[in-house]
Design a protein around this ligand. Structure first.
Ligand code: FEO
Ligand code: CA
Length: 687
C-alpha cells in the first residue's frame, strides 16, 4: 500500500499549544498543509457493542471462522484432536507438541508462496503463515488427573515448554468461498511446515555472539539437551530454541522475525546456594541483570535442567533477542541477532531507508523501558534473497530520546558512549559492544533514553516495497508502576479523580514519530501524542476498575479529546490497511471497561480527534493480538490468546473446579486459536 503520510502537518497543529506559535512556525514546512487537512473520517462498518460474551463478535455483515487452534497437527498421519479431553486435546508429550500448533498464539504473518520483491498485493490461493506462541499456562495445558492442579511429570514439563516458540505452515485460500485452510506437511519432517521450540537449534550472530555469558550458557544447554536429543547437527548451533515469542515482523527478503519478550519468567532456581549460581552472582553485571529482569519461573513447578539457574545461571542471556526464521528454508537455522539488543522484545518492524538499509524498530514491553531501532550496516539487495539474511548481523542499535518540545533523537548504543556516560555506584563498565547488546537496558538508561509506558508494537506503515515513510506509531500499553507515576511529556498522566495527583496510565496511549526527511535511518525526529486510549466523554471520566479503584480513564490530552466513538484500553499491536486506517488489538481492556479485548479501527491520517470503532471482540479471558490483513484486504486475521484464563470477574484460572472460564472454540476445553474475518459479500474489510 502507499501510505505516504501528511501527518507532519497534523503533528505541527497539535504541537502549537505546547511549543508556542512563534517558535513552532519556524519549523513548519507549510502552514497551508495544516489548514487543508481534513477531519479524520471513521471506518465504514457498524461497530460491535461492548460485551463479555464467550465467543468472537464481529460487525453485522461479517463472519468469522477459526483457522487453526492449539494442538492441531501440522503434518499428515498424526492423530486428530480430542476436543473433549481436559487440558491438551492430544497425548501431551513433548514429541507430539513439537509437531502441533502451540498455545498462546500472538504475532501472525503471511508470506507469498513463492518470494518475489516487491511482495504481491492481490488475491492469492497459497501462502505461508508464521505464528508466534508466546507462553503456556500449565493449569490449562496439563491439569493433573489425581486431584493435583497440575501434572508436573518430566515429560509434561518438557511438553509445556514445547508449547512455546513458532509455528510455520502452508495455507490455502479459496477466493470463491473466502475460506482459508491449513495445508499439512506430507509427513513429520517433510516439507516446510515446522515448529520451532525452546529445544530447536539456533545460531547466534552479531557482536554478542561470543559473549562469555552466551558461550557458557550455550555449552550447558548443548550438554543437557544433547543428552536428550543429540548434539546439534549444524556446527556452532545451540539447542536453546526460542520462547516467549510475542509480536515480531517480516522482512523484505521474506523472513520472519520473532521477538522474545518475557524470557525471564521461564527460569527457575532449584538451589539458591548452588556453586554455579553463587559464582555468577559474584559478577556485579550478572547481579544487576538478575535484578533488572528478576529471573523467576512464574509457576514455581520447575522444568528442564537448562532452565534451572542453579545449573545454568547465564541461561537467560540466550533469550530476549530478535530471532530470524526463513519460512522457505527449514534447513537454515533460526538466527538470534544480538545486534538488535537483548530486552523484553515485543516487535521487530522492518522498513527500508532512503539508501536501502534495513531499519528494524523494536519496543521493550516493560514499565519505564525504551523504544529502539536498528540500522543495518549493509544494503538490502532485491536480487539476492539469501545474502540479505546477513543484514541483521551488522549495524547500529539506537534508543529513542523524546524531548518535551516535540523533538527527539536516536542515541547510538555503543560501549564507548555508554562508558563515557555518568555511572551510578553499582554500575559496571561495558566490556565491549557485545556486552552493550546483552545489557541493553542498562546502556539505554545510562545514555538518557526516554522511559516509556510499556512500549509494545512500534510499527511503520508501508507497502510490498517495504519503503519506510518515516512515520512510526508506538503503542504504549500503560504503566501501573509507582516509579513511573510522574510520566513525562511523551507519557502524559491524566488528572486523578480528586484532582490531587497524577493518575497512573491505566489505558495506554499512542505516540507518533516522524523521522527527519522521512528517512527511517535518520538520527533525529519529531513526535506527538497521536491518541490517548480511554473514554472520550470528558476530561475526567471516572470508572471503577477491576481492582476496585475509581480511576480517570479519559482519552483527553491537553484539554481536548484525542478520540471519539468507542472507548478502549491497553493498545498492544497495530497493523494498517490500504486506506491508512490502523487496526489495533488490545490486551487488558477488561481491567478497565466491562468488555472483552478486541480490535479497534481508527484513521491514522487527518485531524483529530480520531474516530474509533470496535471491529471485533474475543471470548472471555483472552487477549486479542496479531492483527493481519491479507494482501487483497478481504480477510482480517487475529489471535485469540489465553482464552478462558480469566473469568469475567477477573479470577485467574489456577485449577479451580469451576474453571476454566471459556469453552472456545468448540464447546469443550478452551483452546487458543487464530481466527479470520470476512465480509459476507466478499468485499474489502473495514469499508
Ligand atoms: Fe506479549 Fe507485550 O505482550
Ligand atoms: Ca503483546
Amino acid at each position: 500500500m502507499s501510505t505516504r503520510s501528511n501527518s507532519f502537518a497534523d503533528l505541527a497543529c497539535e504541537s502549537l499549544s505546547r511549543r508556542g506559535f512563534l517558535t513552532a512556525t519556524a519549523a513548519l514546512p507549510s502552514l497551508s498543509l495544516m489548514a487543508s487537512e481534513a477531519q479524520a473520517a471513521p471506518a465504514g462498518f457498524k461497530a460491535v457493542a461492548e460485551n463479555r460474551l464467550d465467543t468472537v463478535v464481529v460487525p453485522e455483515g461479517y463472519v468469522w471462522q477459526p483457522l487453526i487452534s492449539w494442538g492441531e497437527p501440522l503434518f499428515e498421519g498424526m492423530a486428530p484432536l480430542q476436543p473433549e479431553k481436559r487440558g491438551a486435546p492430544f497425548n501431551f508429550t513433548r514429541a507430539e507438541q513439537e509437531n502441533r500448533f502451540g498455545t498462546h498464539n500472538d504475532m501472525l504473518a503471511l508470506f507469498p508462496a513463492n518470494w518475489a520483491y516487491p511482495w504481491p498485493e492481490g488475491t492469492v490461493t497459497r501462502a505461508i503463515m508464521c505464528v508466534n506462541h508466546e507462553a503456556v499456562s500449565p493449569f490449562m495445558a496439563a491439569p493433573g488427573s489425581d486431584g493435583q492442579p497440575i501434572d508436573t511429570g518430566t515429560d509434561a514439563l518438557e511438553a509445556l515448554y514445547a508449547c512455546m516458540g513458532v509455528s510455520v505452515f502452508d495455507v490455502a485460500h479459496d477466493p470463491a468461498s473466502g475460506a482459508w485452510s491449513v495445508v499439512k506437511g506430507p509427513a513429520i519432517g517433510v516439507g516446510r511446515n515446522r515448529r520451532v521450540t525452546p529445544f530447536s537449534e539456533v545460531v547466534f550472530d552479531g557482536s554478542a555472539a561470543n559473549h562469555p555469558w552466551i558461550v557458557k550458557a550455550g555449552a550447558i544447554v548443548n550438554e543437557v539437551e544433547g543428552a536428550r536429543s543429540g548434539a546439534p547437527k549444524v556446527s556452532g548451533a545451540v539447542k536453546a530454541g526460542t520462547f516467549q515469542n510475542c509480536a515480531g515482523g517480516f522482512t523484505p527478503w521474506g523472513t520472519y522475525l520473532t521477538a522474545e519478550e518475557n524470557f525471564n519468567s521461564q527460569f527457575f532456581t532449584s538451589n539458591k546456594t548452588s556453586p554455579a549460581l553463587v559464582e555468577a552472582q559474584a559478577d556485579a553485571a550478572f547481579a544487576a541483570d538478575q535484578s533488572i529482569y528478576r529471573y523467576d519461573n512464574i509457576w514455581r513447578i520447575g522444568g528442564p535442567a537448562q532452565f534451572d539457574l542453579s545449573r545454568n545461571p547465564h541461561g537467560p542471556s540466550l533469550y530476549g533477542w530478535i530471532v530470524e526464521i526463513d519460512p522457505y528454508d527449514p534447513d537454515w537455522r533460526p538466527h538470534k541477532h544480538t545486534a538488535l539488543g537483548r530486552k523484553a522484545n515485543e516487535c521487530a518492524t522492518t522498513v527500508l531507508s532512503k539508501t536501502n538499509k534495513a531499519v528494524v524498530y523494536t519496543g521493550d514491553d516493560s514499565n519505564n523501558q525504551f523504544v529502539y531501532k536498528f540500522v543495518s550496516r549493509d544494503q538490502f539487495d532485491p536480487t539476492n534473497r539469501i545474502a540479505n539474511r546477513s543484514l541483521l548481523a551488522h549495524g547500529t542499535l539506537y534508543a529513542a530520546r523524546l524531548e518535551a518540545d516535540g523533538t527527539g533523537r536516536w542515541i547510538a548504543l555503543t560501549a564507548a558512549a555508554a562508558n563515557r556516560a555518568p555511572r551510578g555506584p553499582g554500575d559496571t563498565p561495558f566490556a565491549n559492544d557485545g556486552d552493550v547488546m546483552v545489557r541493553c537496558r542498562e546502556a539505554a538508561l545510562r545514555l538518557g533514553a526516554t522511559k516509556m509506558d510499556r512500549p509494545e508494537d512500534v510499527e511503520s506503515p508501508t507497502d510490498g516495497s517495504f519503503r519506510g515513510t518515516g512515520t512510526v506509531f508506538v503503542m504504549c500499553t500503560g504503566n501501573q508502576s509507582d516509579s513511573g507515576r510522574a510520566g513525562n511529556a511523551a507519557n502524559p498522566r491524566r488528572k486523578t479523580i480528586a484532582g490531587d495527583g497524577l493518575e497512573r496510565n491505566h489505558q495506554g496511549h499512542i505516540v507518533r514519530i516522524e523521522e527527519a526527511r522521512q528517512d527511517p535511518a535518520a538520527l533525529t525526529f519529531t513526535w506527538d501524542i497521536f491518541a490517548v486510549a480511554g473514554d472520550p466523554s470528558g476530561e475526567v471520566a471516572p470508572v471503577t476498575n477491576a481492582e476496585g479503584e475509581v480511576v480517570n480513564v479519559s482519552s483527553w490530552h491537553l484539554g481536548k479529546p484525542t478520540t471519539t466513538g468507542d472507548r478502549f484500553a491497553m493498545p498492544d499491536n497495530i497493523t494498517f490497511d490500504h486506506r491508512k486506517f490502523g487496526w489495533i488489538t488490545t490486551d487488558g481492556t477488561p481491567r478497565t471497561f466491562p468488555c472483552n479485548d478486541g480490535v479497534y479501527v481508527m484513521p491514522t491520517v487527518g485531524k483529530g480527534p480520531r474516530p474509533v470503532k470496535r471491529f471485533l471482540t474475543v471470548p472471555v479471558g483472552a487477549e486479542c493480538c496479531g492483527p493481519l490483513l491479507a494482501w487483497d484486504q478481504k480477510t482480517f486475521f487475529c489471535g485469540v490468546q489465553h482464552v478462558g484464563a480469566e473469568s469475567i470477574t477477573g479470577q485467574d484460572y489456577r485449577g479451580e473446579p469451576n474453571g476454566p472460564y471459556s469453552s472456545f472454540p468448540t464447546g469443550g476445553w478452551p483452546r487458543d486459536a487464530v481466527v479470520y474475518v470476512r465480509r459476507r459479500d466478499g468485499g474489502t474489510v473495514g469499508t
